[in-house]
Design a protein around this ligand. Structure first.
Ligand SMILES: [Ca+2]
Length: 383
């Protein structure tokens, strides 16, 4: 009798511990299918770009677009490509590496400052994600990057051409988030807070560790969150101002997270995917002290590029999150209820294009980059 009472007591005591690592009631994958009522089309705005990777809107309606082999171009309002803007940093253009994301400084109109992330050739065969700041001078044929300065280097460098991240997002307070990858074959390092592999960092506009970062023992001062695999999509929620990130899983286990300061997002200890060889990775899907994703995909879609839609061309899309799919060759629309995904729609699958970047345009359209040796800028508009 006493033994029974004791075990009942133990059960009660254990419930909070266990429940904190059990799956939540709300499903976080395979949300119910939604269908956009409005007919839509993807117009080709510009073409002839070699593996375009990142897109930013200039205040005058033109675009900055990176090409992975190492070129930055200005795309005119007529869709015409400028010659390569001179002064772009030298990049490691191999595998997934090259010139990657581009972002305007919040004060661009006055400062003409832009930021570029890239796969940086370091020493010998070693590479790493780096972030450069530069001033965009001149215009048209004479456009040039001046005062180019590398303001952050992912450490350590590593002999790999894979998993560089790397999206650049400014938060409302002017701090800068840079997403990074685990360099593929160094995945266990994603759990090591003494380096930048598989981490999200938050920097000042000058590239220093942001003073508001979590000051956890053993953590490098730039680090915001740890345990990420390869984060190639990130966007700031238009209402909450919180950063949402989307990372590649291996075979299954692509994830959406809303990374919080000082937290561990689990890779490669917990994941909803398996290795490409079908081997099990890590310990399972849950572990105390490690965060669950907001949503995950299994099978993988290979997500890259994301934007929250705030435009007026598609009223039914307001507040939805759009994510590009590379292997999945589609644009994924996620319907949200607060911070939960409650519906999903796969759009533009008929294009058969790998979608590399997704942006919420100032004109109310969604803008896409296709990942191809003959890549395009697409504009998604009502038909
Ligand atoms: Ca995770």
């Amino acid at each position: 009798m006493r033994a029974l009472a004791l075990s009942a007591l133990l059960a009660v005591l254990l419930v909070p511990t266990l429940s904190s690592i059990q799956p939540s009631a709300a499903p976080i994958t395979k949300a119910p299918a939604h269908k956009t009522k409005h007919a839509l089309k993807a117009e080709t705005f510009a073409k002839g770009l070699v593996h375009p990777w990142g897109l930013a809107f200039l205040p005058d309606g033109r675009l900055l677009v990176t090409e992975r082999p190492g070129r930055l171009r200005i795309v005119g309002k007529d869709g015409k490509l400028s010659p390569p803007v001179s002064g772009a940093p030298k990049v490691h253009a191999s595998g997934q590496g090259g010139l990657l994301d581009v972002a305007l400084a919040p004060d661009f109109a006055a400062s003409r400052t832009i930021y570029l992330s890239f796969a940086d050739p370091r020493d010998g065969s070693r590479t790493g994600t780096s972030l450069a700041r530069a001033r965009l001078a001149g215009d048209g044929e004479g456009a040039a990057l001046q005062d180019v300065k590398v303001i952050f280097r992912q450490e350590p460098s590593y002999a790999s051409s894979n998993h560089f991240g790397s999206r650049i997002v400014f938060a409302r307070d002017g701090s800068l988030f840079l997403t990074m990858g685990d360099r593929y074959s160094a995945r266990d390092e994603a759990q090591n807070p003494a380096n930048h592999l598989g981490k999200l960092v938050r920097l000042t506009a000058e590239g220093a560790p942001h003073p508001g970062n979590p000051k956890r023992e053993g953590w490098r001062p730039e680090i915001w969150s740890i345990g990420h695999r390869n984060v190639q999509a990130a966007a700031l929620h238009p209402q909450t101002g919180r950063l949402w990130t989307i990372e590649h899983g291996a075979r299954g286990g692509d994830e959406i997270n809303i990374p919080e300061a000082g937290k561990n997002y689990g890779w490669p200890v917990i994941t909803y995917g398996r290795d490409y060889s079908y081997a099990k990775i890590g310990e399972g899907t849950h572990k105390a002290g490690m965060e669950q994703p907001v949503y995950y995909w299994d099978p993988s879609i290979a997500p890259s590029g994301a934007a929250f839609y705030t435009g007026d061309l598609f009223p039914e899309w307001k507040g939805n999150l759009f994510v590009g799919a590379l292997a999945g060759q589609a644009l994924h629309r996620l319907v949200l209820d607060g911070e939960a995904v409650v519906g999903e729609e796969r759009l533009l699958g008929d294009l058969g294009e790998r979608i590399r970047d997704v942006r919420d345009g100032p004109d109310g359209a969604l803008w896409l980059l296709t990942d191809s040796p003959d890549g395009s800028v697409l504009r998604v508009v009502p038909r």
